[in-house]
Design a protein around this ligand. Structure first.
Ligand code: UDP
Length: 480
């Protein structure tokens, strides 16, 4: 049946950390704002985790999910390409399928808006050609979004001074980015990554609108800075909306918990377990794994730890193949006797765990996280304080925000890029789980949880933002 409701096409780039927030945005547009929603899922393989996540998503019958046939770009890449290059190329290759699929839509009105993340900018010409509004969805903080939107207007001398003299990078209306927390492209202002990021930022500001997975009360300064009337608002063509927190929060009833980890958690006291996970792609060296194991033992706390086979020198080593198993192989890298010694106190889960359910479980009391934004939001929305252990991308900025601004995390101290020792791991875990400091963090994070929930209510700021965005789409539909 063809109706006049707007139809949004969402293009999700490879990686669970990209797919999950796109699906949550799609669900929100469908259930609260009357959109028809099609989600194009781009994968590099027939990833089983992707299918599982999509199966767990409610409203699947009304969300139109289109799987782009798996794309293999390996023969087009240079040796050891940066993660971003592989994702960008995969997205580019997906476009002919996406275009023909949009053009052959018959059971729904043609999509009037295209929503892409930072990796989907190559779809802009297609969307313009098909008369669609273009939205870029930053599934991350307003602070990172602000840095990106301001980037084309930044004085290059300031960036050079940031890179060479380690001066903080000033962003009007926002917290400055410290050199220790900076983004990789800013490290070499003459490098390829810098140029690529700059080209992307110049494209993003031309979108009809920008969405960010955050909320006003979490980041009052940065969301104000990027608003239409804000200090950075003049750098974007369209409005910038904070629409979050859009996360999978899954609370299962004890009788419905089939997963072994969740059943184990059922037997543990409230807020007594620290969950340790480095996102969908995070991996560490073998030495570092041993130190984490040591730290967990020394901390004398209950734990659930998601382990992956080590990947020397590549912190995002599992990004593409987390779903492809590796299975129990990861366990071979743990110290001799670790699993036996910690039996009953801790659980080691190879490769992938039901994170949303774990963080939502009453037994979980802390989270050692790499600070991927989805993990951060999932932790906050479950009122769980964190040990911030950033690995790559904008995670160091997220760690700064959590520990320095919001006071809901303690942060791992980098020791010259070397291995973080078990003693430090144990100390940080105990600060969150046992010490008085942890009690304060728990209180603050529970306040943030309430504020995030409020933003999504009928009178909340994020709900209001998506109402504004949907009005823009309706006007566009009527005008076309
Ligand atoms: N995730 C999960 N199980 C795992 C690891 C990750 O369910 O074992 C989910 C996690 O809940 C989050 C997403 O994968 O929703 C990871 O996104 P995030 O932004 O935290 O990090 P990224 O993987 O993009 O670095």
């Amino acid at each position: 049946m063809v109706t006049s409701k707007p139809h949004a096409a969402l293009l999700a780039s490879p990686g669970m950390g990209h797919l999950i927030p796109m699906v949550e945005l799609g669900k929100r547009l469908l259930t609260h704002h009357g959109f028809h929603v099609t989600i194009f899922v781009v994968t590099t393989d027939s990833a089983t985790t992707t299918s599982q996540i999509l199966q767990q998503t409610s409203n699947l019958t009304s969300l139109n999910i289109v799987h782009v046939p798996p794309i293999d770009v390996s023969d087009k890449l240079p040796p050891n390409p940066p993660l971003a290059i592989r994702i960008l190329l995969t997205m580019l290759e997906s476009l002919p399928f996406v275009r023909s699929s949009i053009l052959s839509t018959t059971n729904l009105p043609p999509p009037s808006a295209l929503i892409v993340d930072m990796f989907g900018l190559a779809a802009f010409p297609m969307a313009r050609d098909l008369g669609m509004l273009i939205y870029v969805y930053f599934a991350t903080s307003a602070w990172f979004s602000a840095v990106t939107l301001y980037f084309p207007a930044m004085d290059k001398k300031l960036i050079e001074s940031h890179a060479e003299n380690h001066e903080p990078l000033m962003v009007p209306g926002c917290e400055a980015v410290l050199f220790e927390d900076t983004l990789e492209p800013f490290l070499s202002p003459r490098g390829e990554m810098y140029e690529g990021y700059l080209t992307a930022a110049k494209e993003i500001v031309t979108a009809d609108g920008i969405l960010m997975n955050t909320w006003q009360d979490l980041e009052p300064a940065a969301t104000k800075a990027v608003r239409e009337d804000g200090i950075l608002g003049r750098f974007t063509k369209g409005p910038v909306y904070a629409v979050g927190p859009l996360v999978r929060t899954v609370e299962t009833k004890p009788e419905d918990r089939k997963d072994a980890v969740l059943r184990w958690l059922d037997g543990q006291p409230a807020e007594s377990v620290i969950y340790v996970s480095f996102g969908s792609g995070g991996t560490m060296s073998e030495d570092q794994m041993r130190e984490v194991a040591l730290g967990l033992e020394l901390s004398q706390q209950r734990f659930v730890w998601v382990v992956r086979p080590p990947c020397e020198g590549d912190a995002s080593g599992s990004f593409f193949d987390v779903a492809n198993g590796g299975g129990d192989v990861a366990l071979n890298y743990l110290p001799e006797g670790f699993v036996k010694r910690t039996e009953g106190v801790g659980l080691v889960v190879p490769m992938w765990a039901p994170q949303a359910e774990i963080l939502g479980h009453p037994a979980t009391g802390g989270f050692v996280t790499h600070c991927g934004w989805n993990s951060v939001l999932e932790s906050v929305l479950n009122g769980v304080p964190m040990v911030a252990w950033p690995l790559y991308a904008e995670q160091k900025m997220n760690a700064f925000m959590l520990s320095e601004e919001l006071g809901v995390a303690v942060r791992v101290a980098e020791e010259g890029g070397g291995v973080v020792r078990g003693e430090q791991v144990a100390e940080l875990v105990r600060r969150v789980m046992v010490d008085k400091e942890g009690v304060g963090m728990r209180k603050k994070v529970k306040e943030l949880k309430l504020s995030g929930e409020k933003a999504l209510t009928k009178f909340g700021s994020s709900h209001h933002s998506l109402c504004e965005m949907s009005k823009d789409c309706e006007v566009h539909v009527q005008g076309s």
